[in-house]
Design a protein around this ligand. Structure first.
Ligand code: BES
Ligand code: MN
Ligand code: ZN
Length: 483
């Protein structure tokens, strides 16, 4: 599906549908169409409630085959997210049409990007593993600009961010038998080549040489051996300090010997959502080429129980020499991130941001698909990320990282244990990570629950969401000086 700015005259647009967004209070169009909308309201019962759809077919007042009205609810309460949702809702009902167009609404500078995002994300399907696929006929979505000249470069930008999100969805939706650490690493290298970004893979011997005892322990129970992907995008000046993104990549999290319950375990194929987001930034940066240096680090493992698996009670030594007593083999994400965060230091980063489907506790605290958790050692960085979250529609909410939580990780057997127990579980996980995020400014994003939708939503069908790509890309673009 292609998104384009409509260059023809509105009256001449000859596609299959013309789509108009409507607030409950107040008309957004004048002229001939205003009468049609008026009739839809008075005689058709159209109220313009959020995501309400009304179709006028055929519609004599326009050249397109039909008119589709979509509600936005009350104007005062309406946000850009509502516009993304409205676009997603309509797109999912016109997938059997070939060409459709959106009419401009207020503030096109901000609403057109939201419409484009909602359209691309709403059109996403993951059907490559089905033998019978429902065909998506939709080929072209046009956007009328009204009196505003919408810059082509902005259309390109938002398209690439949304496509990056779809790429991350594909990775996360692929089951663990088809997406092993090796396969994900190979795909990352392919993306790197295609986008002219240096991408290297650390294999087991490399990880051993680097003494990544925590990462290796998590991976030792599976035949699918661990990897670490490191990519380096150099768009900035040679010596300018890079942003470093670290993404948790557990291709399957069974819990290990601390086995998870049966119910819902299949969703743990998506426990590499953080890595999927970081790897999917390769095409985003490769295509947009912002003037900034960025590094991506993704530790990749499969967490399985077996005769070789690591055990509760084991004491591991991470690559910074700190020792960890394993309480639960299901608290594996923080272990692989520990070694990745230590590895990040050599890049002399401006900021390090890790992103991970880390704790069920964060889902309890913030809900699922409303906001991810954020913690960090640098308040300015946390604020910048929260702002990027607001803007991208992938929101964050801060949790404290006070030292008062540190004693919850104390143990007599090692420097720390890998689980602080149930209470404050998202925070103690963050506290654990802070032991390895030394000597740089750091923030941690817990995206557990944001990675997966249990039912269809306007622009995110059931399944993996690709959450994080828009957030991190927006942050990186802003850091590079783009508005
Ligand atoms: N990958 C899980 C967290 C998770 C749960 C993500 C549900 C998405 C949906 C993580 O590895 C985990 O198992 N965390 C444990 C930590 C505990 C053992 C300290 C948890 O949250 O229960
Ligand atoms: Mn786990
Ligand atoms: Zn996990």
């Amino acid at each position: 599906m292609e998104c384009r700015l409509a260059k023809e005259k509105l009256e001449e647009y000859s596609g299959n549908a013309l789509i108009i967004l409507q607030y409950e209070d107040g008309l957004l169009v004048k002229g001939k169409l205003a009468g049609v909308i008026e009739t839809a309201r008075k005689k058709g019962g159209f109220r313009a409630e959020k995501n309400e759809i009304f179709q006028v077919f055929p519609c004599r007042e326009i050249n397109a085959d039909r008119l589709i009205l979509i509600g936005l609810g009350k104007k005062k309460k309406s946000t850009l997210e509502d516009i993304r949702k409205a676009a997603g809702t309509v797109i999912r009902t016109v997938q059997n049409l070939k060409r459709v167009a959106f009419l401009p609404i207020d503030n096109p500078k901000e609403t057109i990007p939201a419409l484009v995002e909602g359209s691309i994300l709403g059109n996403y399907r993951f059907d490559r593993l089905k033998s019978e696929k429902k065909e998506i006929v939709l080929k072209e979505v046009s956007f009328f600009e009204g009196n505003f000249r919408f810059p082509e470069s902005k259309l390109n930008e938002v398209t690439i961010l949304a496509e990056g999100t779809c790429a991350a969805r594909d990775f996360a939706n692929l089951p663990a038998n088809l997406l092993t650490p090796r396969k994900l690493a190979e795909d990352a290298v392919k993306l790197g080549k295609k986008n002219n970004i240096k991408t290297t893979v650390l294999n087991e011997p490399d990880l051993k040489r680097l003494k990544m005892g925590a990462l290796l322990a998590v991976g030792q129970g599976s035949q699918n051996r661990p990897r670490m992907v490191v990519w380096e995008y150099k768009g900035g000046r040679k010596n300018s300090a890079p942003l470093v993104f670290v993404g948790k990549g557990v291709t399957f999290d069974s819990g290990g010997l601390s086995l998870k319950q049966v119910q819902g375990m299949e969703a743990m194929k998506g426990d590499m959502g953080g890595a999927a987001a970081v790897i999917s930034m390769i095409p985003v940066l490769g295509k947009l080429r912002p003037r900034i240096n960025v590094v991506g680090i993704t530790p990749l493992v499969e967490n399985l129980p077996s005769g070789q698996a690591y055990r509760p009670g084991d004491v591991l030594t991470a690559s910074n020499g700190k020792t960890i007593e394993v309480i639960s083999t299901d608290a594996e994400g923080r272990l692989i991130l520990a070694d990745a965060l230590v590895y990040a230091k050599q890049f002399k980063p401006k900021y390090v941001i890790d992103i991970a489907t880390l704790t069920g506790a964060c889902m309890v605290a913030l809900g699922v698909h409303i906001a991810g958790g954020i913690m960090g050692t640098d308040q300015r960085l946390v604020d910048l990320l929260m702002a990027a979250g607001e803007r991208s529609g992938e929101r964050l909410w801060q949790l404290p990282l006070w030292d008062d939580y540190r004693p919850l990780l104390n143990t007599t057997s090692a420097d720390m244990k890998n689980s602080g127990g149930k209470w404050g579980g998202a925070i103690t996980a963050g506290k654990f990570l802070s032991e390895f995020a030394e000597d740089y400014r750091w923030a941690h994003i817990d995206m557990a629950g944001m990675d997966n939708q249990e039912s269809d939503h306007p622009y995110q069908i059931k399944g993996m969401t690709g959450w994080g790509v828009r957030l991190l890309s927006r942050f990186a673009l802003t850091q590079s000086g783009r508005k």
